[in-house]
Design a protein around this ligand. Structure first.
Ligand code: SAM
Length: 323
């Protein structure tokens, strides 16, 4: 069994990008009354204590959510996400961070359904307890499978209402995850060609990660959008994650325009050094660039003055009164 626990990473820069896009897509789905399903193949524990021991140990939230909360005039994509996070913190303290299952449930209407997979025994138990006790999810609406999300996904496709969002968010702790993502995506699209699929991926110096993104860009047929955010320069030793990306198959038509405004803002807010940058590419735009069929990118940006790395400070201990 793998050791990855999302509590160490909750609210980091990768969660900000992933969850802001997730909330945007759910908002788009809600514009029609017709029911939909959300299937989350790698659910995690659901809800995370940002003032808890694990989040405090890593300090990653100080380079993610905390920076975004401190910025004026967030664009719509970020504002919607912050509102959702704040709804889990009615006391205004932002000490609880909702993961993808909780953000999905928060957006869903009674007619919608949530199907979750979580393989880690402890995370699966915490997820079930959280949904039952804290979130008070209706068992009619939500089901948790403590099994492999890559293989379990096929059994649920296509979802009965033929409207659905599939979130594929592995930890990539297992190097086979890159191949499993491609297999899940290919067979998922065969069963449910009109489904919206979101894949999270790390920006790391590893050939499998680059190959997976290239393969996704060459999936036949379906339109796609690829948004990534580099927050600092790749490390000299080749280790660690310098950013993350979200690949969306069958994206809502509104997502690209929102990201064009949000990505420059996020880059400024989350930059840890002058190598921060974003990239946005889609299958629709014929402009050929080295980033894919159609893309916009920017030059490396200046770190935000509040950046702890820019100012030479290490991660700050979480303040209980932070808002
Ligand atoms: N999607 C969550 C969110 O955004 O809040 C975070 C998920 S975390 C990155 C990945 C989770 O997948 C971990 O909790 C891990 O235990 C679980 N996991 C790893 N391999 C899995 C598999 N094959 N099937 C289902 N869950 C798996």
């Amino acid at each position: 069994m793998f050791s990855y626990r999302h509590a160490f990473h909750a609210g980091n820069h990768a969660d900000v990008l992933k969850h802001a896009i997730l909330v945007q897509i759910l908002d788009y789905f809600n514009q029609k009354d017709a029911p939909y399903w959300v299937i989350d193949t790698h659910a995690g524990a659901g809800l995370y204590a940002l003032n808890g021991e694990w989040a405090g140990q890593s300090g990653e939230v100080t380079e993610g959510l905390d920076r975004v909360l401190g910025q004026p005039q967030p664009p719509l994509l970020v504002e919607r996400y912050l509102r959702a996070v704040q709804d889990f913190n009615p006391d205004g303290m932002a000490n609880l961070y909702p993961g993808s299952p909780c953000l999905a449930l928060h957006a869903m209407r009674p007619q919608d359904r949530l199907r979750l997979f979580e393989l880690h025994p402890t995370e699966g138990q915490v997820l079930e307890d959280t949904l039952r006790r804290q979130v008070k999810a209706s068992p009619r609406q939500v089901a948790v499978a403590r099994s492999d999300g890559f293989t379990g996904l096929n059994r649920l496709l296509p979802p009965p209402p033929r409207r659905g969002l599939i979130v594929i968010d592995p930890s990539y702790e297992d190097k086979h995850d890159y191949r499993s993502v491609m297999q899940a995506l290919r067979s998922g699209l065969q069963r449910f060609a009109q489904g919206c699929f979101i894949v999270w991926y790390p920006l790391i110096q590893r050939v499998q990660a680059h190959e997976m993104v290239r393969s996704m860009e060459h999936l036949p047929g379906a339109p796609w959008l690829n948004a990534s955010l580099t927050v600092h320069k790749p490390s000299a030793d080749g280790l660690g994650m310098h950013g993350s990306g979200i690949f969306v198959v069958n994206p809502p038509w509104t997502l690209e325009a929102e990201l064009r405004t949000a990505l420059p803002w996020l880059k400024t807010a989350l930059a840890q050094d002058d190598q921060a940058r974003f990239n946005l590419s889609t299958s629709q735009d014929p402009r050929p660039t080295k980033f894919g069929p159609g893309s916009s990118t920017d030059r490396p940006g200046k770190p935000h003055p509040g950046s702890s790395r820019a100012s030479g400070k290490g991660p700050q201990k979480r303040s209980p009164s932070r808002k």
